[in-house]
Design a protein around this ligand. Structure first.
Ligand code: SER
Length: 569
């Protein structure tokens, strides 16, 4: 069975049994206390706590998930950063007995897994919450018992789940193993754990189950690792053009990390040095390093990204509409990192030699941070290389330095993607307004496909990156200049309004492809010529700008052009 059919098969089974099928929510969760969506239940969290579910009591989904917790283990047979989680959920509908019966029926009657190949575990209880006798009883009815050796009671570490974030619903779990691989986790949300770690029984009991689609596909397709399934193989095949028989650790890491990156970028995450952007940067840079180690051809990562989009495009169509953005971001990050990777490696070699001479087997946190600052080495890369030499890295020192610089980077990133900052001088203000006129003019002359990909302003010039597949002709450049100058002459008012993000987008305001907008955004309108969501600041009237001139039009990565322009009196 193909993974696509398996996804449908699972959802079909639960639909037939009275569940409403709910689409995957975004990888960027509403719940601010977590960086990414890590489980199917996250979008339903309020319904476990008694809020009435508009979706009904029983639902099922296939949820995009991203976890950083296993990043070091990626490269083995089954650990991944991005994965899809199949799950059925109940908020006060059914509980342990039915949840276990449904799982057992699906695996044995639908997928025809032999019962003799299944094993289950149940929570053994401790001083905080009691042993889960109820689940064990249900399993016994299906022929599982401690005596037979296919049922085992385990501790909190293995058989208790949640909450996600600092507080929330949680409870004992029962896990199902197929041929000794954990495939399905059934969570019984019976408690609320508060910030202080106290457990209170929930009035309404809930079910939350999660089964990794990749592992299930591996079992159904009878493969020995997830990278051989159709959810990965097309990517691995690209990377293996050099002729290896099976995927090695490096290829697996690249395949996982590029897939993760593709999905994060598709949700508007950009590489940066903070938060989600930093996670994306780590994925991409580690993939780039492995591509170098394996001496893969230059376009390999782009090909791997294209294969990823190919695998998922029918299930997640946003991947197709964001296709150009995804490839551009990967390409740009590669170009950026390639510039410093070699020099960074040399520097690290020197530091290792120095330490060796002094008889120390440790790289200081400060050195690791300098490597990050000057050569863009995420901590994992330094650690990985150090480890290959039998060295460790002083992680705490790195984290300390990192935190100190984080605030500065955050401000920098905001400025880059959000606006130009409140402290902008009058020249920057003018150039900022000119950038809006330029984007509108480009769209008039070259078409609506033109989208902002980046922008940078200093007191002398503006720089504007936009998606467009070819060099502009001289004539097009002239037309754009003329149009901007005409709008300047018309002395149009630059109007600012504050409204909800949704309203802004619905009213046709252009939104720069950005991770997260605040609920309330400013919209700047210049007559009927330009309308953009933007943090500002801008001039009051276009006539303040003077004369607009494009000084350069060049390529800036695959499918992206860059314009530099100035204003003269
Ligand atoms: N929330 C549980 C998990 O993530 C089951 O869905 O494993």
């Amino acid at each position: 069975m193909k993974s696509k059919e398996l996804r449908d098969n699972f959802l079909g089974f639960f639909r037939q049994r009275g569940h409403r099928i709910v689409s995957s929510s975004s990888l960027i969760p509403e719940d601010e206390s977590v960086l990414f969506t890590t489980a199917g239940m996250q979008q339903f969290k309020p319904y476990y706590l008694g809020k009435e579910s508009p979706l009904g009591r029983n639902v099922a989904s296939c949820q995009k998930c991203f976890r950083t917790s296993d990043i070091d283990e990626v490269g083995d047979k089954r650990h991944l950063t991005f994965f899809e989680m199949l799950g059925n959920f109940s908020f006060g509908g059914y509980f342990k007995e039915k949840a276990i019966a449904l799982a057992f029926e699906y695996l044995t009657s639908f997928l025809h897994f032999p019962v003799s190949e299944l094993r289950v575990t149940v929570f053994e209880g401790d001083e905080k919450t009691p042993r889960d006798e109820q689940s064990a009883e249900v399993w016994k009815k299906f022929g599982f018992s401690e005596e037979k050796g296919n049922l085992k009671f385990c501790s909190r570490e293995d058989n208790f789940w949640g909450p996600t974030g600092k507080e929330g619903p949680c409870g004992p779990t029962t896990e199902i193993y197929y041929r000794d691989i954990e495939i399905w986790n059934l969570v019984f949300n019976e408690y609320y754990r508060d910030k202080n770690g106290l457990f209170t029984p929930l009035e309404q009991k809930g079910v939350d189950t999660g089964m990794g689609l990749e592992r299930l596909t591996m079992a159904v397709q009878k493969k020995s690792n997830v990278f051989e399934t159709d959810l990965f193989y097309p990517i691995i095949r690209q990377l293996k053009k050099s002729g290896f028989e099976t995927a090695g650790r490096g290829e697996r890491i690249i395949a996982d990390h590029i897939k993760g990156a593709v999905f994060l970028i598709s949700e508007g995450v950009f590489p940066s040095n903070v938060g989600r952007g930093y996670v994306l940067r780590r994925l991409l840079r580690r993939a780039i390093r492995y591509a170098n180690i394996l001496k893969l051809p230059e376009m390999s990562l782009i090909s791997a990204a294209k294969e990823t989009i190919g695998i998922y495009k029918d299930v997640y169509p946003t991947l197709l509409s964001r296709n150009a953005d995804i490839l551009t971001v990967i390409q740009e990050e590669r170009e950026k990192f390639e510039k410093t990777l070699k020099r960074g490696l040399k520097e690290l070699e020197l530091k290792i030699e120095e330490a060796q001479k002094q008889g120390v087997k440790r790289i200081s946190g400060k050195t690791a941070f300098d490597l990050f600052q000057s050569y863009g080495f995420p901590l994992e890369i330094t650690e990985e290389i150090a480890k290959e030499r039998g060295f460790s890295v002083e992680k705490e020192g790195f984290e300390r330095e990192f935190k100190r610089h984080q605030e500065i980077s955050r401000r920098g990133a905001e400025r880059k993607f959000g606006g130009i900052g409140r402290e902008a001088g009058i020249e920057e203000r003018k150039l900022h307004t000119a950038t809006h006129l330029l984007q509108a003019a480009l769209r008039k002359v070259l078409g609506d496909k033109v989208r902002q990909m980046g922008s940078d302003i200093n007191s002398e010039r503006l720089r504007f990156d936009f998606s467009f597949p070819r060099k502009m002709t001289q004539e097009e450049i002239k037309k754009v200049e003329m149009l901007v100058n005409q709008k300047i002459k018309e002395d149009i008012e630059v109007k600012r309004e504050v409204m909800s993000y949704e309203k802004a987008v619905n009213s046709g305001a252009l939104a720069f492809f950005k991770e997260k907008y605040p609920q309330e955004v400013s919209v700047y309108t210049i007559g009927d010529f330009s309308k953009e969501i933007c943090a500002g600041p801008h001039v009051r009237r276009t006539s303040e700008l003077g004369h607009f001139k494009i000084v350069k039009e060049e390529s800036s990565g695959a499918g992206v052009r860059r314009i530099k322009a100035i204003l003269t009196k």
